[in-house]
Design a protein around this ligand. Structure first.
Ligand code: NAD
Ligand code: ZN
Length: 241
């Protein structure tokens, strides 16, 4: 794969989806027929599911944390970390993934628009102590839902569920409006607002838009180019430093 050539003024916005972590051993929604590890998505990834059966949801994410801890970043994650070393702030890495494989590959700045598996927070947004926190020892693997030390409400995973507003939208909007390349790796283009970013950036005709993945995404028509192949086969050469 010929490497992408960018100039000093170029800015890259890279959006990754579940597909970049597939070769590390984490299943995508697509692979499991719309289920997430055998659970209906609404049951484990919506506020309604949480209110109906919080224990099921908490245990589901505890299992996802354990699973994510047992896999390793792959060559595509590593290539993006190296790209950051070269481009610094000219790269904006945004992920829909809740795993920590970008960080473990060495990426310093990652915008997790759908939250992070290893962060939790008090479920009461009015609690003075509701900021997300990481506590790998105490809250990560627990089977029973912990209680907030401040107000006693339940602790919930810091994940953006369907029907909730993604995180960091202001930063994302700012980066989208400044980028000259918009590249998506391993996302089916079916979860909004992320699936709409490509149409948004295309309003500026100077932006080049590229998709990388083994099959065309649902929003393929909006991209200038689709590079068909697995992330580890394409990304290291295409975004080599
Ligand atoms: P998706 O499951 O809807 O689509 C996955 C995409 O990855 C598909 O288009 C598929 O063709 C592609 N793909 C499969 N193998 C690939 C490979 N080796 N290289 C490159 N691409 C590959 O995923 P999505 O679009 O990210 O959206 C689903 C939602 O699922 C997100 O909101 C995300 O938070 C959540 N999710 C996250 C994880 C994770 O954190 N690892 C895993 C499953 C689901
Ligand atoms: Zn609280």
């Amino acid at each position: 794969m010929e490497a992408l050539k960018f100039g000093f003024n170029d800015r890259l916005f890279i959006l990754t989806g579940a597909g970049i972590s597939a070769e590390s051993g984490l299943k995508t929604f697509r692979d499991s027929g719309g289920l997430w590890e055998n659970h209906r998505v609404e049951q484990v990834a919506s506020p309604e599911g949480w209110h109906a059966s919080p224990e099921v949801v908490w245990r589901f994410y505890s299992a996802r944390r354990a699973q994510a801890s047992g896999v390793q970043p792959n060559a595509a994650h590593v290539a993006l970390a190296k790209l950051e070393e070269r481009l610094g702030d000219r790269l904006f890495l945004c992920t829909q993934n809740v795993d920590d494989l970008h960080e473990r590959a060495g990426s310093q700045k990652v915008c997790h628009m759908h939250g992070q598996l290893f962060l939790s927070r008090c479920e009461d947004p009015n609690c003075p102590d509701s900021a997300p926190f990481e506590d790998r020892n105490e809250y990560v693997r627990l089977v029973d839902i912990p209680a907030c030390r401040h107000c006693g409400a339940r602790i919930r995973p810091h994940i953006c569920w369907f029907g909730e507003v993604p995180f960091e939208l202001e930063q994302i909007d700012n980066a989208l409006s400044r980028c000259s390349y918009f590249i998506v790796i391993g996302s089916s283009g079916s979860v909004y607002p992320a699936a709409g970013f490509v149409s948004y950036v295309r309003a500026r005709p100077t932006v080049r838009t590229i998709y990388v993945g083994p099959e065309k995404p649902e929003n393929a028509a909006a991209f200038d180019e689709c590079l068909v192949g697995k992330a580890t086969e394409i990304v290291p050469g295409f975004l080599s430093t």
